[in-house]
Design a binder for this molecule. Structure first.
Ligand code: HEM
Length: 493
């Protein structure tokens, strides 16, 4: 109550739509579909500017697309507490890297950072390459028929295969077996979390606990945590050299590489966690599970969104597609079976620009938030204690003051001379910035390059037979409301 009074006092200085006692601006969001929600935010930004407040019930949100404020917020190690919305993912991810704060976040971030060293990333390139081969095989059917299809769910399964193998060292074979219990559970949990974002009632823990969603969530979490826990147990035993590979609940052999003669032992993210220490002690099983689950979530939904929109951009802009293909061909050659190496991916400079431009228009994380723990002055404004500051990369990327002619898809904005991301680093933040930026950025970009270059080596990506208008849902990640319809046809060269 004290904080509510304090927030009320200070919130008056921020502009924003008229708010009513207790419900605040909640009524604005009632009966809106997720797609309408993002449009509504756009309208509010146009009306109230780069920094304004919203009341969701008694919760104060300050929405920011002002790079100056965002710089203060993100560059400082002081403001690392995440906003209220992150509580919705806590039942699944606990206090993993995305959701934790304070000392736990600091020590874990320090421990996990070396895992993303470029030398270690090289081990994952083989996984990217192999899983994109499966993806190519699956597309063959659509290339044959020439029909329009939604590529989004296919990309989801591929990204899930990649992250499962990279994070846990196990194969769920999602692309070949989308009926797997684990795969279905991942899909269901992300749906259950997303509903809470927009449902004015079950945003509150009290009402959520009374809802049927809570019971469903419990069941799904049993599957998810059960799987991760059993993989952790079997990996731990193997590392101690006391046991042979164990079967996981999906009947998947958790570890199959180590014993094969001549194959270098590849470390999954999990193996590194099992050997790491914080404050001189090994991690508990629970801490390990939370970090692995965090990677499972952060590491597949985001890349799915990025890869899908990237493929859509290829379909819409054949000239750009042609240029990407020519670059890939000049690096990898004409043999379609040639596996791609990290060195080759690093050489794909034009594809880099294309990825940057795709993430400007379609940032996989369209918004993220921080909670301020005390009254905080930022550029002369007092942000009250307990308020949630919501940063909106989606609208930053579409602001004509920052990116002239923003609707135009133009990868050259990011070339060495124009270098749109360096001119003001806080206008372009698809991976966030500062100490709490995306730890998986390099992993993600390599995965994107690997999959998209493989697709272009086999297929031409074409627009759907009937164009449709773009419509987005800003959920945990940016999703197309009606999927990503494309066509493919075998590439001749
Ligand atoms: C195109 C793909 C991706 C995009 C656009 C992206 C974007 C982001 C953004 C904006 C944040 C900050 C979120 C916040 O402040 O709450 C973040 C954090 C994070 N990302 Fe990514 N991400 C991507 C891929 C990945 C991948 C592949 C992984 C893991 C393999 C990953 C792991 C993480 C983790 C663990 C955090 C939390 C870091 C921390 O709080 O210290 N991300 N990501």
């Amino acid at each position: 109550v004290e904080n509510y009074g304090n927030a009320l006092r200070h919130a008056g200085k921020f502009g924003g739509p008229p708010a009513y006692p207790l419900v605040g601006n909640g009524l604005l969001f009632i009966n809106k579909s997720p797609a309408e929600f993002l449009q509504l935010l756009g309208t509010l930004i146009a009306k109230h500017g780069m920094c304004f407040r919203l009341w969701l019930g008694t919760q104060l949100l300050v929405l920011s697309t002002d790079p100056k404020d965002i710089e203060v917020l993100l560059a400082s190690p002081k403001y690392i507490e995440k906003s209220t919305e992150y509580n919705f993912v806590r039942p699944w991810l606990g206090n993993g890297l995305l959701t934790s704060s304070g000392r736990q976040w600091q020590t874990h971030r320090k421990m996990i950072t070396p895992t993303f060293h470029f030398k270690i990333l090289e081990h994952f390139v083989e996984i990217f390459d192999r899983q994109s081969n499966t993806f190519i095989d699956i597309l063959r059917l659509y290339a044959k028929s020439g029909e329009t299809f939604d590529v989004f769910p296919l990309v989801t399964l591929c990204a899930l295969d990649v992250i499962c193998e990279s994070a846990m060292g196990t194969k769920v074979n999602a692309q070949l077996n989308s009926e797997s219990e684990y795969v279905k559970a991942v899909k269901e949990i992300t749906n259950l979390i997303q509903v809470r974002f927009y449902d004015f009632i079950i945003r509150y823990e009290f009402f959520f606990r009374l809802s049927s969603n809570r019971r469903r969530q419990r069941k799904v979490l049993n599957v998810l945590h059960g799987y991760t826990n059993s993989v952790i147990q079997s990996r731990r035993q193997e590392l101690q050299g006391t046991d042979s590979p164990t079967n996981t609940p999906d009947g998947v052999v958790a570890n199959e590489l180590e014993s094969e003669v001549g194959i270098k032992k590849r470390m999954a993210f999990l193996d590194m966690l099992l050997q790491a220490t914080v404050d001189g002690r090994p991690l508990t099983d629970e801490e390990i599970r939370e970090e692995v689950d965090t990677f499972m979530f952060e590491g597949h939904d985001t890349t799915t969104s990025a890869i899908s929109f990237l493929l859509q951009c290829m379909a819409k802009h054949p000239d750009v597609q042609e240029k990407v293909f020519e670059e890939v061909r000049s690096i990898v050659g004409d043999d379609r079976k040639q596996p791609v190496t990290m060195a080759m991916l690093n050489d794909m400079n034009y594809l880099d620009l294309v990825i940057k431009e795709t993430l400007r228009l379609y940032p996989s994380v369209p918004m993220f938030g921080r909670k301020l723990l005390q009254n905080t002055e930022i550029n002369g404004k007092i942000f009250p204690a307990d308020c949630n500051v919501i940063v909106l990369p989606f609208f930053l990327g579409r602001n004509p003051d920052f990116f002239p002619n923003p609707e135009k898809f133009d990868p050259e904005r990011f070339n060495v001379e124009l270098s749109a991301e360096k001119t003001n680093p806080y206008q372009y933040i698809p991976f966030s910035a500062g100490p709490r930026n995306c730890i998986g950025q390099k992993f993600a970009v390599s995965e994107l390059k690997s999959l998209v270059s493989k697709v272009l080596r086999h297929y031409e990506v074409l627009p759907p037979s009937e164009e449709q208008e773009e419509s987005f849902m800003a959920e945990l990640i940016l999703r197309p409301e009606r999927g990503i319809p494309i066509r493919v046809r075998p590439r001749v060269y």
